[in-house]
Design a protein around this ligand. Structure first.
Ligand SMILES: NC(=O)c1ccc[n+]([C@@H]2O[C@H](COP(=O)([O-])OP(=O)(O)OC[C@H]3O[C@@H](n4cnc5c(N)ncnc54)[C@H](O)[C@@H]3O)[C@@H](O)[C@H]2O)c1
Length: 385
């Protein structure tokens, strides 16, 4: 098997998300880490890239050098991951798409809805894949949940209740720490802090598992630490295009909560519950029967779940393996593109630029609704109205 070539921008030494991408992309041996511009400090980035095994001429000092260098090569990278801070995503993603590269961009994909629409158009015009890293949708049992809902195991979905609430920015004494402060500063973070950082994962997951899109929403946003301009807590009510009612809570001041992503879906004939901190169990309650615990890796799960699990039942699989499933889908998508064939439908689950755009429209609607005391607003990007 010829390996695909993978490049990364951002994810330098000590970064939060860089290691998860390197583990995820490398897990199935489908991608080979070939090029990178890993750090905003050119020398540190070049040096770290070489320590990770990149050839000296493909460990670049900046993303602009990487674009120029890779563009001219016959063996250019097949996929570029953008894992830099949020405000740089648009410029880098657009430049690589326009030059004919496939891109996996970290969330949030852009800072504005207009930029999001531009990325969707640019990817389409270039005929390239633009994925967004809602990596938690890569968990095997999240995929099984989606498959169960699609095949009608819980009937028509009435209600989805989702949350992403942690307590890691709760300490008022830490509010002025530069690593925390920028997140609540509109000049650097945009119109939203906690919803744009974490809430969009929860909202995207609601869409992913139900197969429905968010149409309108009403938000109550608050800065529990008064020194903050942007919200550190939000409660969002929403409605989906299949008639499902949505409830979402996100917070960064929920002391005692660790990661805090979870989802419950209630249909006419059953309910499902999954939590990111116990990702190897899915709770299924068929109406009028006993609670069932579905274990990752057990027999007779969906093809989507089977394809996205690797170690045997009873051994925990965690977040880098969920990211690996996004990479596995992308490898299949890129190979199908190269071989001019349809891709395996069980792999066709990676989040798209369209999802990144929908999230951005929801971010803007949450910020605006919050300002207007929870007024219900259209949450769809203009392009999809
Ligand atoms: N999908 C997820 O679950 C998830 C989780 C955490 C973070 N993220 C996203 O990943 C992105 C990075 O977050 P992080 O927490 O790793 O940040 P971080 O600050 O820990 O690391 C950012 C890295 O990018 C490098 N960098 C900055 N500007 C650069 C440039 N112009 N060119 C090359 N490298 C540059 C920095 O040197 C650093 O190594 C953010 O957009 C964040 O929202 C996503």
């Amino acid at each position: 098997m010829t390996k695909l070539k993978w490049g990364m921008i951002g994810g330098g030494e000590g970064s939060q998300i860089g290691p998860a991408h390197r583990l995820g992309s490398g897990l199935d041996s489908e991608f080979e880490f070939t090029a990178g511009a890993l750090d905003h400090r050119p020398e540190e980035g070049r040096e770290y890239g070489q320590r990770l095994g990149l050839a000296s001429d493909r460990s670049y000092g900046s993303w602009q050098d990487m674009l120029a260098g890779e563009k001219g090569r016959d063996d250019r990278v097949d996929l570029v991951t953008v894992a830099t801070p949020n405000s740089t995503h648009y410029e880098i993603t657009k430049a690589f798409l326009k030059a004919g590269f496939n891109v996996l961009c970290e969330k949030p994909m852009t800072m504005t809805v207009e930029e999001g629409e531009d990325i969707v158009r640019t990817a389409k015009a270039a005929g390239k894949i633009c994925a967004v890293n809602y990596g938690y949708t890569g968990y095997s049992l999240v995929r099984h949940m989606k498959a169960m809902i699609a095949r009608g195991d819980i009937g028509k979905v009435r209600l989805v209740n989702t949350e992403f609430a942690h307590g890691h920015h709760a300490d008022a004494a830490d509010a002025d720490n530069p690593r925390v402060r920028w997140r609540y500063d509109p000049a650097q973070a945009g119109v939203s802090a906690q919803f744009a950082d974490c809430g969009i994962h929860a909202m995207h997951m609601a869409s992913f598992v139900t197969g429905q899109e968010v149409e309108k929403l009403s938000a109550d946003i608050v800065s529990c630490l008064p020194v903050r301009t942007l919200e550190d807590d939000a409660m969002v009510n929403f409605r989906m295009d299949g008639g499902t009612v949505g409830r979402l809570w996100t917070s960064s001041i929920a002391i005692g909560r660790q990661h805090g992503l979870g989802i419950q879906v209630f249909g006419e004939t059953g309910g499902l519950r999954w939590s990111q901190e116990q990702p190897n169990q899915l709770y299924y309650m068929p109406l009028g029967e006993r609670l069932q615990v579905i274990e990752r890796g057990e027999a007779n799960l969906s093809p989507e779940a089977d394809r996205s699990t690797r170690v045997t039942i009873g051994h925990a699989e965690g977040m880098p393996l969920a990211f690996a499933n996004i990479y596995k889908d992308l490898a299949e998508a890129i190979n199908a593109q190269k071989e001019n064939r349809d891709m395996d439908p069980a792999a066709n689950l990676y989040p798209r630029a369209e999802d990144g755009l929908r999230s951005m429209a929801a971010v803007v609607a949450v910020a605006e609704s919050g300002k207007q005391d929870g007024k219900w607003l259209d949450a769809r990007p203009p392009m999809f109205r």
